[in-house]
Write a new protein. Sequence first.
Lengths: 261, 261
Amino acid sequence: MRAPFSNPGQGSGIHDPRDGNGTNPLIRRLEHFGALTAEDRAILSEFCADPFAVGARTEIAQDGARPTGAFVLLDGMACRSKLRADGTRQILAYLVPGDFCDLDGALLDRRDHAIAALSSCRVARIGFDAIRDLTAARSALIPLMRRASLVDDAILREWLINLGSRSAIERIAHLFLELLMRLRAVGLARADGYDLPASQVDLADSTGLSTVHVNRTLQELKRRGLIEMRSRILQIRNVPGLTSLSGFDPRYLAPGPTVGR
Amino acid sequence: MRAPFSNPGQGSGIHDPRDGNGTNPLIRRLEHFGALTAEDRAILSEFCADPFAVGARTEIAQDGARPTGAFVLLDGMACRSKLRADGTRQILAYLVPGDFCDLDGALLDRRDHAIAALSSCRVARIGFDAIRDLTAARSALIPLMRRASLVDDAILREWLINLGSRSAIERIAHLFLELLMRLRAVGLARADGYDLPASQVDLADSTGLSTVHVNRTLQELKRRGLIEMRSRILQIRNVPGLTSLSGFDPRYLAPGPTVGR
DNA sequence: CGAACTTTTGATATCACTCAAGGGACGTGG
DNA sequence: CCACGTCCCTTGAGTGATATCAAAAGTTCG
């Protein structure tokens, strides 16, 4: 797989009034991890107040670059990806609205992988100084954000299991369910499906399979009546079926009942 | 692969006077990330003052358990592992002396994977309250420990690449080099080798290969004069050869020149 | 309306798995 | 000290899942 990404080209700042509160996916995500005060919401809204637009298939942060802040994805879908010397690409994770990355980026000298937009995206940057200020103020937001990062780690481990011990059809089924649950958590899935802007090449680079085999595996999933998929819109026809096929256990995505402290 | 682990059976506390300073692997590891004051060293020594012994092939922390503290591995080798419903096991990471895990465990309700000793180990537990105290005191140790955790994350991503896009021989070569570098960093590798207590079953569960194929791949590595291995002692005969074979790039293990802030 | 991507299909190749069994090494109990 | 069980490593033979190569058909979009 070649990497089909062009360079930054970060769009200019765009302000969307709907960012305020209710529809902010960052707020929606963090609410799963603990109650937010009005002030917390205000801070998070402020973080997302000045997003920039990124075109599909362009890089949001480049491998080897010096981190300049944390990113929050507000709209669209993105991924962490790494290009190997032999031209092979491995996608390491998907980012959906409400996800952020590089909370501790200030501690790092250089990125060791890229963040790239799969669809066109709206992204906000949170400066490291803002994060430091929150930390210094002992804001309850910091543990909430750390919990979200712990879930991201759990997702990464689950991907390792995906690649290490599941068959092609199980890998794809598992990935589709992961994204279904994550999109549901921020209110962006339809009843039984969602927009999945990833191409079959992207899916191949995510699952460690060849493009051809991804294609055939998708056909098999359709043939079994588990999914439908056309023009990047995924309908999951049989969630329990996919779940048992892939051994999906949603608990790793859930924060658990603890309320911190 | 079946999981060959028995239950906790945490040995009684053992105090080894050599833990003080110079030989403490936690101190040795963190020194790579920034300078330590005498007080920092004292705190870290204190953390490791009362280690417990764990027998080979036993679990240090169980999947599904409620976290009770962070762990530091002082001696031996351990792994993160996850047992799947179908009996399959995936090893997610190796822990070498100086590694700790679950720095943010207090934010988690339940573990989603186990920590298991590969050899007999000495392990110290750091209570979450001690970590909270350090955080409250704005100790410079916290960012240092977070940096170490960021390297652990980078290792996990590299494993994903290993499983997703490398061949059997490349995977094993890469793993051997990762461990060589990590053990060197804490002064526990010999000139060109180290003790690797993992069995071929463990290597299979780490690399997503079958035991039989691991065996044959090891023979091939020996045949090519790249390694020697007998009774769990690994000699790397040709580091550059292994490096180019596996596409190993050690930068992900290095903290980078930054000095924090 | 043509260039560049995607998706799809067919044919063939291969890497790695499974099954099966033999041979150490090590520890335990008789 | 020998007998036996239990791992672990090794080998052989056969199979299978997935990759590769090549090319056609469909899409998107400037």
